[in-house]
Design a protein around this ligand. Structure first.
Ligand code: URA
Length: 217
């Protein structure tokens, strides 16, 4: 691959000795385990209560998330919020929301920053942060949103379309499942088709709520 930096020249992630959210979030700002920190505002660690029962993993922070320093606060976050609400999962009380990669990968076009999918080696370099978040939160359910998150955790051959909405064999949580990334719903053309995609997404999250008995009455 042209211009690909030599991974050996990047240091290991500076994981803190103390496993607290504040220590992780602080240490992530010093991470140089890949080149994605260059040109970003900050690393964006996951957020949610320590008692969260569900951990949702997206791909990487987007433009808004990079600026604001919080995960899923842009357009994809609004889709996720609506779907969680409809599925009966309270984001504030029950969900820890994070990403497979903690820095925003983009291509500059004029003043705009165009999202670029992280490469596999970015995902691997960032994985220790996700592992640390899993140790910290110990969620009952781990929900992988889209291919990047699914492949980060379950391996590069994982296909969202084949496994979405089912409980998968994985010892990282009692329930591990895959569904689409909320931004894929934003890209569906046609309002009927988009509504259908949203209903399916809500259905996948509703199944998670059912499996862990989290659905609100
Ligand atoms: N997309 C993601 O995968 N994560 C975010 O935090 C925002 C958009």
């Amino acid at each position: 691959m042209p211009n690909r930096p030599d991974r050996a020249s990047f240091p290991a992630p500076p994981l803190p000795h103390e496993l607290t959210h504040a220590a992780l979030a602080d240490a992530a700002q010093r991470c140089r385990a890949c080149d994605l920190y260059e040109g970003t505002t900050q690393a964006v660690l996951g957020e949610g209560p320590p008692s969260a029962r569900v951990m949702l993993v997206g791909e990487q922070p987007g433009d808004r998330e990079d600026i604001e320093g919080h995960p899923f606060v842009g357009p994809a976050g609004r889709i996720l919020d609506e779907a969680l609400e409809r599925a009966g999962i309270a984001r504030d009380d029950q969900a820890y929301v994070t990403n497979a990669v903690k820095h925003f990968r983009y291509r500059a076009r004029g003043k705009r920053r165009i999202h670029q999918r992280p490469d596999r080696w970015h995902v691997l370099a960032c994985f220790p942060w996700l592992e640390a978040e899993l140790r910290l939160i110990e969620p009952e359910a781990l929900v992988l949103l889209g291919a990047t998150a699914a492949q980060a955790v379950l391996g590069p051959r994982t296909k969202v379309g084949e496994s979405r909405g089912t409980r998968l064999e994985c010892d990282l949580a009692c329930v591990v499942t895959v569904t689409v990334h909320p931004s894929s719903i934003l890209r569906v053309a046609g309002s009927d088709e988009r509504r259908h995609a949203m209903d399916q997404f809500v259905g996948d999250l509703g199944a998670v709520a059912g499996w862990i008995g989290a659905a609100r009455i």
